[in-house]
Design a protein around this ligand. Structure first.
Ligand code: NAD
Length: 486
């Protein structure tokens, strides 16, 4: 049992109210920590320390020194790899092999990639003649936006948090992070890293708690916050955008999805099956880019459904440190109820349950964990809530299609626009569809393959803005124009 604290102005602090909440692991529901919820006084203190740090040493160091510090942060996370791994796995229940290949290394890499980006970021410059016969030179100057509120989800806690903290700090801002109430640990642990490598006090702060009437709402409505970057559900994004409207604070929103995979008969069948297996079931289906709608060209429909069924049934649930474990629990009992409610809805609507649809039979010591079965349905109409709403669990619905136009129409028939993957050996078709599919990210014969220099974000109700590489500079800096007459 550990105390999970707020991190404000370089120090770990509890709170004035004495309010705490329990953190239980979804593996077996045992209590692993007591979290000290930040109230208004703690959020005020965190924002004040972030604001003051902008005027302190952090605001005065050169870009080169800042970059060195961020490199040191990445190195220190890697040095303490096992501590971060243990904290992330206990909070989320995800298998060690997943967290040690994705969450922790990419969480550290986010500091390095944005340190490199800022080192090489250029701005525009124009020279022109003035009407009185002299010359004017103007150039762009990127300045930090100020105090950035970073509000995070629970599915990839360290990775998605540093994806925002990395560029925010690289650009010279200071941050106040509000991790998900489900996954408070790695954000808190990162405070130790910041202190160890000498990041000045107040540059990185963490406030623990919930959304409404808690740390999340107090932070996003705080008048001294200059920008809000958020990853989470579309509904929460709407509330955050409203909070940002007061004081005209910019928001960057990475929101939900109901992502499609289009599998054509001419695809490399094994690549399609293996990749769709990952995109549906990895992280127990709790990946914003994951696939919940699969459209398969009719000639290979039955073969594909059977192959995916076989893969789903090979997903052995178990303890994170057991090498045989292929899938963990979902993040919490509450989320499990949400996923199971869709399993129930699919049954009521007459879905053909290809596999799963319930709770796996777990050994006695894991019975109280948040386990759900990997599940595949066919036979539902496209209008079903199961096919339209984001479930965020290890499940998908598979629908046959006959023409490219029909596949495109079904893929685009959603209020979301985050990601799609297309499986075909016809490169002309792949590029034709990539141009017509209304999403921020389109993969061809792959999924989750990322070059961190490229733009990341969603269309329609999946988000506002793009992050990654130089695109992150648009949100984390103000571009000032300087004009000189000579
Ligand atoms: P969530 O929206 O419930 O919570 C996200 C964060 O917002 C949490 O820290 C929560 O405490 C906080 N919050 C909730 N209400 C708030 C309010 N009114 N004001 C301020 N803060 C508030 O999301 P979640 O359940 O943690 O994460 C899953 C969701 O995240 C899914 O919809 C998934 O698609 C999405 N997601 C999107 C991306 C992306 O890049 N587009 C990446 C990962 C997850």
């Amino acid at each position: 049992m550990k105390d999970i604290l707020n991190f404000i102005n370089g120090e770990y602090v509890r709170n004035a109210s004495g309010k705490t909440f329990e953190k239980r692991t979804p593996i077996d529901n045992t209590l692993i920590g007591t979290v000290y919820e930040a109230g208004k006084p703690e959020v005020d203190a965190a924002v004040a320390s972030a604001k003051a740090a902008l005027e302190g040493p952090w605001g005065k160091i050169s870009v080169v020194e800042r970059v060195e510090l961020l490199d040191a942060v990445a190195n220190e996370i890697n040095r303490r790899f096992d501590d971060f791994l243990a904290a992330e796995v206990a909070d989320t229940g995800k298998p060690n092999h997943l967290a040690s290949h994705v969450d922790i290394p990419r969480g550290a890499a986010n500091f390095k990639i944005f340190a490199d980006t800022i080192k090489n970021a250029a701005t525009e410059s124009f020279r022109m003649a003035t009407p009185d016969g002299r010359t004017a030179l103007s150039y762009g100057l990127r300045v930090p936006r100020g105090v950035i509120a970073v509000v995070c989800p629970w599915n990839l806690p360290l990775l998605l948090m540093t994806w925002k903290v990395g560029p925010a700090l690289a650009c010279g801002n200071t941050v106040v992070v509000k991790p998900s109430e489900e996954t408070p640990s790695t954000a808190a642990l990162l405070g130790e890293v910041m202190n160890k490598v000498g990041v000045p006090k107040g540059v990185y702060n963490v406030v623990q708690g919930f959304g409404p009437d808690s740390a999340g709402a107090f932070l996003t409505s705080h008048p001294d916050v200059n920008g809000i970057t958020f990853t989470g559900e579309t509904r929460t994004g709407t509330a955050i955008m409203k909070a940002g409207a007061d004081g005209i604070r910019p928001v960057s929103l990475e929101l939900g999805g109901k992502n499609a995979a289009l599998v054509f008969a001419d695809c490399d069948f094994q690549v399609a099956v293996d990749t769709v297996t990952r995109s549906v079931f990895e992280n127990c289906g709790q990946v914003c880019l994951g696939t919940e709608r699969v459209y398969v060209e009719r000639p290979i429909f039955d073969k594909f459904v059977n192959a995916l069924k076989e893969k789903a049934e090979a997903m052995i649930p178990g303890r994170p440190d057991d090498p045989a474990t292929k899938i963990g629990p979902v993040v919490s009992q509450e989320h499990r109820q949400k996923v199971l409610s869709y399993y129930q809805k699919a049954r009521e609507e007459g879905a053909n349950i290809v596999t799963g649809g319930g709770v796996p039979d777990m050994p006695a010591d894991l019975k109280d964990g948040a386990w759900v079965q990997p599940t595949i349905w066919t036979g539902l109409p496209e209008s079903s809530p199961v096919v339209r709403e984001e479930i965020f669990g290890p499940c998908c619905h598979i629908q046959p299609f006959d023409t490219e136009e029909e596949a495109l129409r079904m893929a685009n028939d959603t209020p979301y626009g985050l990601a799609t993957s297309i499986y075909t050996s016809d490169i002309g078709r792949a590029n034709r569809l990539a141009a017509k599919i209304d999403v921020g990210l389109c993969w061809i014969n792959s999924w989750f393959l990322r070059d961190l220099r490229t733009a990341f974000g969603g269309s329609k109700q999946s988000g506002i803005g793009r992050e990654g590489g130089v695109h992150s500079l648009e949100f984390y800096t103000e571009l000032r124009n300087v004009m000189i007459k000579f």
